[in-house]
Design a protein around this ligand. Structure first.
Ligand SMILES: NC(=O)c1ccc[n+]([C@@H]2O[C@H](COP(=O)([O-])OP(=O)(O)OC[C@H]3O[C@@H](n4cnc5c(N)ncnc54)[C@H](OP(=O)(O)O)[C@@H]3O)[C@@H](O)[C@H]2O)c1
Length: 254
C-alpha cells in the first residue's frame, strides 16, 4: 500500500461488501493502518476468510453476516461492531454490484427493483443506521461507492447506472446536511476494476480491450480503490466532503 495515515490507527471501520473484491481489499488496507475492522456481507465463509487473513497478518477484525437491503440486519451488524469494538469512526459503504448489461426493453420491473435495492436503497439503510451516532459524537467519515456507470452512460443496465448516480447525490446531500456536525461524506466511483470475480469472468483479450478504453491503458485494481478510500477517510482529507472521486484511469474526468 502507498501512503500511511497514523490517525487511522485504532479507529473502528465498518466495510459493507467486505467479503470479497474491492471491499475485502479495502478492509485489509484499513487493518494495515492499525484500524479495527468489521467486514459485512451475506457469505459467512468468505467473511471468515477475510477476518482470518487480517488477523493472520497481525490486524484486528470481526465480521457480521447481513443482507444490507434489510434494515433490521444492518442494525444488528451495527450492534455487533459496537459491542466488539465500540462506535464506528469510518463507514465504507461498498456492498452492491448488479451492473450486468441488460437492454432496457428487457429490464423487468422486478429486476429494476432488485438493482435499486442492492445498489442504492442499501446505501441509504446503511448510512441511516450509523449516521445518528456519528452526528451525536460530532465526528465520523463515510465513504460511499458509486461507479463510472453512475457518472456517464455505459454498458451496464439502466437501473445500475441510475442507482449509482443516486449514490453521488446521496453523498452530496448528506455532506451538506451533516457537515456542520463534523461528519464528512465522500464517494468513490471506480471504472473497470480487476477483482477476482472480473478476472475469472473476463478473458485476457477482453481485459486488454477494456484497458485500452482508459487513458492510463490498464484496468484498475482493488488497491486503487482502497488507497482512495484510506485517503478520504483519513484526516489528510479533513476539508473534503461531498466529493465523488472518479478512480477511472482518466476515463471519467468531469
Ligand atoms: N469491480 C468493478 O469494476 C466495479 C466498478 C464500479 C463500481 N463497483 C462497485 O464496487 C462495489 C464492490 O464491487 P466488487 O467488484 O468488489 O464486487 P464483488 O467482488 O462482487 O463483491 C460484492 C460485495 O458486495 C457484497 N454484497 C452485494 N450485495 C449485498 C447485499 N445485499 N448484502 C450484503 N452484502 C452484499 C458481497 O457480499 P456477499 O457476496 O458476501 O453477499 C460482496 O462482498 C459494488 O458496489 C460495485 O457496484 C465495482
Amino acid at each position: 500500500m502507498s501512503g500511511t495515515y497514523p490517525d487511522l490507527n485504532g479507529k473502528v471501520v465498518l466495510v459493507t461488501g467486505g467479503s470479497r473484491g474491492i471491499g475485502a481489499r479495502t478492509a485489509h488496507a484499513f487493518a494495515a493502518q492499525g484500524a479495527r475492522v468489521c467486514v459485512v456481507g451475506r457469505d459467512a465463509e468468505a467473511l471468515d476468510a477475510v477476518v482470518a487473513g487480517i488477523t493472520g497478518a497481525g490486524g484486528t477484525a470481526t465480521r457480521a453476516v447481513a443482507d444490507v437491503t434489510d434494515s433490521a440486519a444492518v442494525d444488528e451488524a451495527r450492534r455487533h461492531v459496537e459491542s466488539r469494538f465500540g462506535p464506528v469512526d469510518v463507514l465504507a459503504v461498498f456492498a452492491g454490484g448488479q451492473g450486468l448489461p441488460v437492454p432496457t426493453v428487457e429490464l423487468t420491473e422486478q429486476r429494476w427493483r432488485e438493482v435499486v435495492d442492492s445498489d442504492l436503497t442499501s446505501v441509504f439503510l446503511t448510512v441511516r443506521a450509523f449516521l445518528p451516532g456519528m452526528v451525536e459524537r460530532g465526528r465520523g467519515s463515510v465513504v460511499t461507492m458509486s461507479s463510472a456507470a453512475g457518472r456517464q452512460p455505459s454498458q451496464a443496465n439502466l437501473a445500475y447506472g441510475v442507482a449509482n448516480a443516486g449514490v453521488v447525490m446521496l453523498t452530496r446531500h448528506l455532506a451538506t446536511e451533516v457537515g456542520p456536525s463534523g461528519v464528512r461524506v465522500n464517494c468513490v466511483a471506480p471504472s473497470a476494476i480487476l477483482t477476482e470475480t472480473t478476472q475469472a469472468r473476463m478473458p485476457a483479450a477482453v481485459r486488454d480491450k477494456v484497458a485500452a478504453l482508459h487513458p492510463l491503458n490498464r484496468m484498475g485494481t482493488p488497491d486503487d480503490i482502497a488507497d482512495t478510500a484510506l485517503f478520504l477517510a483519513s484526516d489528510a482529507a479533513s476539508w473534503l466532503t461531498g466529493l465523488t472521486v472518479d478512480v477511472s484511469g482518466g476515463r471519467v474526468t468531469n
